[in-house]
Write a protein that binds this ligand. Structure first.
Ligand code: GLN
Length: 253
């Protein structure tokens, strides 16, 4: 029977477990290497990747996490979790940190700046909308967020974020820039998929929109022999009730 684990060392693991619960799925908190043997897919939450890496090292989790990824088990990293899954991370202040790796990409750890530069944005999510229905956009909550700078050939881009390359100029100038001087938008990648690995630079668990969780559960179910009913459902679970979800507002549980 499939069980979804959530790495529960630090960061927004409770919010992920709550989002899974809203889909009728029980998420299991994972803190020790041996617990990975009891789960068939894993969510690595956002938080602070250096702190999470130190705790993972303390609990000797890195070898078991790498093995989990190499076995082809579905893993979804959000924000700091995406950094964990990347093959390469840049933008560290000191030296770098240990990564799990597996996702063929380079991420910038703090691409969008510090805490005060955190923001929300409506992202175009065609693949998510085609699989999960609902609006064509998803409200991305970016908190000290990373971005994906480069991807390998096997990586599918699921969402990007258009940044006006004249952003700084706009924000530091009271003068409106004439349209003819406007610079074309630059896009950075903020959601990717490679085989059974999923990475999002933003925090879907902090919104009421459970489509990314549902998308990941389907990835996990496809890996399972049999079908999606292999996922453990808790009593209140009726995934179809998700149709009633308010898509617009962030939630904080
Ligand atoms: N940029 C942060 C880091 O380096 C991640 C932020 C987050 O997970 N919200 O860990």
């Amino acid at each position: 029977m499939a069980v979804v684990g959530v790495l529960a060392l630090q960061g927004s693991f409770n919010e992920h477990i709550a989002a899974l619960r809203r889909l009728g799925v029980k998420g299991v908190e994972i803190r020790k290497p041996e617990q990975l043997q009891n789960i068939s897919s894993l969510i690595i939450p956002g938080g602070e990747s250096t702190t999470m890496a130190k705790l993972a090292e303390f609990h000797n989790l890195f070898p078991a996490l790498r093995e989990f990824v190499q076995m082809g088990k579905p893993v979804w990293g959000t924000c700091a979790g995406l950094i964990f899954l990347a093959n390469k991370a840049v933008g560290q202040k000191e030296g770098g940190q240990e990564l799990v790796g597996g996702l063929d990409c380079t991420v910038h750890r703090n691409y969008f700046g510090s805490q005060i530069q955190s923001f929300e944005a409506e992202l175009l999510v065609p693949e998510l909308a085609s699989k999960e229905g609902g609006p064509e956009t998803f409200r991305g909550v970016f908190i000290r967020a990373p971005a994906v700078l480069e991807v390998g050939p096997g990586v599918e881009v699921l969402a990007d974020y258009p940044i006006p390359s004249n952003k700084v100029l706009y924000s530091s100038s009271a003068v409106e820039i004439q349209e003819e001087y406007a610079v074309p938008e630059k896009k950075v990648i903020v959601a990717i998929k490679q085989g059974n690995l999923l990475g999002t630079a933003f925090h879907p668990e902090l919104t009421a929109d459970t489509r990314w969780h549902s998308y990941f559960l389907k990835m996990a179910s496809e890996v399972e022999e049999g079908t999606s009913n292999a996922i453990v459902a808790v009593s209140r679970g009726d995934p179809s009730s998700n149709q009633q979800t308010r898509y617009d507002l962030p939630i904080f549980l």
